[in-house]
Structures are given as structure tokens and as C-alpha cells.
Design a binder for this molecule. Structure first.
Ligand SMILES: [Zn+2]
Length: 344
């Protein structure tokens, strides 16, 4: 069995975006309860550290960091129509980014084979200079930058299966060949970005891969997209570490998405990422929680991912059965980025 680190803490309950806001403390409370019930031997529980200001500034502009610091003076502050903070939000966001860094340290230093940081607020919509879509700091972008700048890695892949496109992550790495960003997301949908025409620019041309999915795709279509697109491209990139933006709002029960992924689907995607990581980067995977707003869908899916992370990866992976509906999408994505990755 593989050693999996779970990084989480009750301190993540402190950020409060307002009554009836979907990104609510109960999400983390449900995950904490789930995590307490996990009885696996090889599960390491690690408390998160806070990120430092310098670490946050790896992905964000100083004046924006100042704005988030300043928001702690108000009981309630609105960054945009759906991104709100309370006095504790800044500290919670520092701990959210830091939780992913804690998971990175556990994996890079060998304390764990892989890790799952169950953190909030989420991060993938956060832009270099502004909060957006429930996100204050871009946790995975900070982690990828940190791996490169502070740990000397040369290539990091980010796989994002949240139902929303990670526009912030894409923006931060749009011209960077050091970070490959691959996203499956509902489209058209919030935040509006993530078309097949967005493929990076300059030295980063080809290092942004978007698979915009019509509403209604489920396990079979996701698996086909992973087998025919995500896996071959990431394999070719040969990252030294894989980060997963693990959002569970693509679950069929989720109120903010219209996809049909089940917990078995998330386990199947995890199995593929694990196989890939075993091939190219010594199994090093750090998953970071993004969205997921139905408590049952969220906890069942996160639990399935954790279980899969711990399983030995030498078992057979069954090919996608069905999912042909996604064939046209795969062809369209390959038309845009295929030339960079020998997809034919
Ligand atoms: Zn989302």
C-alpha cells in the first residue's frame, strides 16, 4: 500500500463568505468527519502550516496581497459578486495555500508517496491581481511556482477536473513551458474561459490544454478524455510532480454543475493519474481540494480518491467502455494542441 498524507484542519472552518453561500464551512466539516472515519494504516495526518507572504507573492501581485490583508479589518468584505470575506478569511487563505505547500513538502521530502490537501477557500479562479469565484489565493499555482523556484523542479503538471475552468491557474502559467495545465470542465459555463483555442502563448504555447465539455458528460466520457488526451500529453511532458486541482462539483449531485461524474469516476481518474505518476515522476501526486458543493457527493468522492491514492498501482486499468460522445471533443482538442504533443 502507498503512504498517503492527508493535510487538513479545523481552522479551515473559520472562513465565512455569508449565509447561504455554497462555499461554506460545512463542506470542510463534512470532510473532517469523513477523514476521522478512515482507518487505513498508511494514512498520515499532517497539520497545515500557513504560507508566508513571499510564497503567496510567487503567484500574486503585492498590491493584491495587501488588499486581502486589508479585508481582515472588516466583518464582511466583497471582492466580487460571489467572493466575500470575513475577518478570519485572510488567515484561512494563508493556511489554505500553506496546506497545499505542506502536502508538497510531505511528498517531495519522502514522508508520503502522495498527498491530499483538503483546504478552503479554494484557489483556481484566483488571478494574479484579483479574487474571483470564491477564491482568494491560487493554492495550486503557488504550489507549482514554489516547486520550481524553491525546490528546483523544472516541470510540474496541473490536472484540473473541477467542473469550472481554472482561469486563474491558466492565466498565471499562460506563457510558461515549466507548467503544463490540463483542464476538463463544463463549457460554456462559469467563468467563461477554457475554450480549445486557449493553448498558451510565447514560450508557453501548447502548455495549456483545455477540454471544454458539454453538460451531461459522465464517467465514461471523462475516462475517454483522460485515456486519449490527458494521459498521453502529461506522459510526453514528463513532469517531476503532478498536482491535481480536485474539484468535486463535476459530481452528478452537485448544484453548481451539470455533469454526471460519480465517485467511481473520480476513483478511475485518480487511478490513471497514479499510473502516470508512477511512470514519470516516482508516483509524486499532490491533490488539492477546489470546489464540490453537495456534501454527500463531496465526501463520497474525496473518500474514493483517498482510497485510490493508497492502492498499489500495478493492477490492470480497464479501457473506457462507451464514452464515444467525447470522441469529437478529443479530436477538436488534438487539432489545437496535438502538434505539440505528437497526438497525430
Ligand atoms: Zn468549481
Amino acid at each position: 500500500m502507498l503512504k498517503t498524507a492527508i493535510v487538513t484542519d479545523r481552522a479551515y472552518l473559520a472562513h465565512f463568505a455569508g449565509r447561504s453561500h455554497p462555499e461554506r464551512p460545512e463542506r470542510l466539516a463534512a470532510l473532517l468527519t469523513m477523514a476521522e472515519q478512515l482507518s487505513r494504516d498508511k494514512l498520515i495526518r499532517i497539520a497545515p502550516r500557513a504560507a508566508t507572504r513571499d510564497e503567496i507573492a510567487l503567484a500574486h501581485r503585492e498590491d493584491y496581497v495587501d488588499a486581502v490583508v486589508g479585508s481582515a479589518e472588516f466583518d464582511h468584505f466583497d471582492f466580487d459578486a460571489d467572493t466575500h470575506t470575513c475577518r478570519e478569511s485572510y488567515q484561512t487563505a494563508m493556511l489554505s495555500a500553506g496546506g497545499v505547500l505542506t502536502a508538497m513538502e510531505a511528498v517531495l521530502d519522502g514522508a508520503a508517496d502522495n498527498a491530499f490537501a483538503m483546504v478552503r477557500p479554494p484557489g483556481h479562479h484566483a488571478r494574479p491581481d484579483r479574487a474571483m469565484g470564491f477564491c482568494l489565493f491560487n493554492n495550486v499555482a503557488i504550489a507549482a511556482k514554489w516547486a520550481i523556484k524553491r525546490r528546483g523542479l523544472e516541470r510540474v503538471a496541473i490536472i484540473d477536473w473541477d467542473v469550472h475552468h481554472g482561469n486563474g491557474t491558466q492565466e498565471i502559467f499562460y506563457e510558461s513551458p515549466e507548467v503544463l495545465y490540463v483542464s476538463t470542465h463544463q463549457y460554456p459555463h462559469y467563468p467563461g474561459t477554457g475554450s480549445t483555442r486557449e493553448i498558451g502563448a510565447g514560450a508557453g504555447l501548447g502548455y495549456i490544454v483545455n477540454a471544454p465539455m458539454p453538460a451531461g458528460f459522465g464517467d465514461d466520457e471523462y475516462i475517454l478524455v483522460f485515456d486519449e488526451l490527458v494521459m498521453p500529453i502529461v506522459r510526453k511532458f514528463r513532469p517531476e510532480l503532478i498536482i491535481v486541482s480536485a474539484g468535486f462539483d463535476s459530481h452528478y449531485r452537485d448544484p453548481l454543475g451539470d455533469m454526471r461524474v460519480t465517485e467511481r469516476g473520480f476513483a478511475a481518474m485518480t487511478r490513471r493519474v497514479k499510473r502516470l505518476a508512477a511512470e514519470v515522476c516516482g508516483g509524486r501526486i499532490v491533490a488539492a481540494l477546489e470546489g464540490g458543493y453537495d456534501l454527500e457527493g463531496l465526501t463520497r468522492s474525496a473518500s474514493a480518491v483517498i482510497e485510490e491514492l493508497g492502492r498499489d498501482s500495478d493492477e490492470e486499468i480497464a479501457a473506457a467502455s462507451g464514452g464515444e460522445r467525447a470522441g469529437e471533443l478529443v479530436a477538436r482538442v488534438a487539432q489545437g494542441v496535438g502538434r505539440f504533443w505528437d497526438l497525430g
